[in-house]
Design a protein. Structure first.
Length: 81
């Protein structure tokens, strides 16, 4: 069984109010490590066996069609060990 991960993030030019809210809250809670924060989504898809290039292409098409809004978001499809 393999796990395919699709990470979806807002494009850099799109405002991220949730990320900004988290970024503003961190210092108030004593955390000073972050210069900025962006919020995103993660989808985990399990398949039988090792993924084929055709399966990865199909998952990429599903990400473009359903999981991400390509107008405002980017996505990355990767196999997680």
């Amino acid at each position: 069984m393999a796990k395919i991960v699709v990470d979806v993030m807002l494009k850099p030019e799109i405002l991220d109010p949730q990320g900004q809210a988290v970024g503003a809250a961190l210092p108030r809670l004593g955390f000073t490590f972050a210069q900025s924060v962006r919020q995103g989504k993660r989808f985990e898809i399990e398949i039988d066996g090792d993924p084929t290039p055709a399966q990865l292409a199909e998952i990429s098409k599903a990400a473009e069609t359903l999981l991400a809004n390509p107008v405002i978001e980017t996505f990355v499809v990767r196999v997680e060990k």
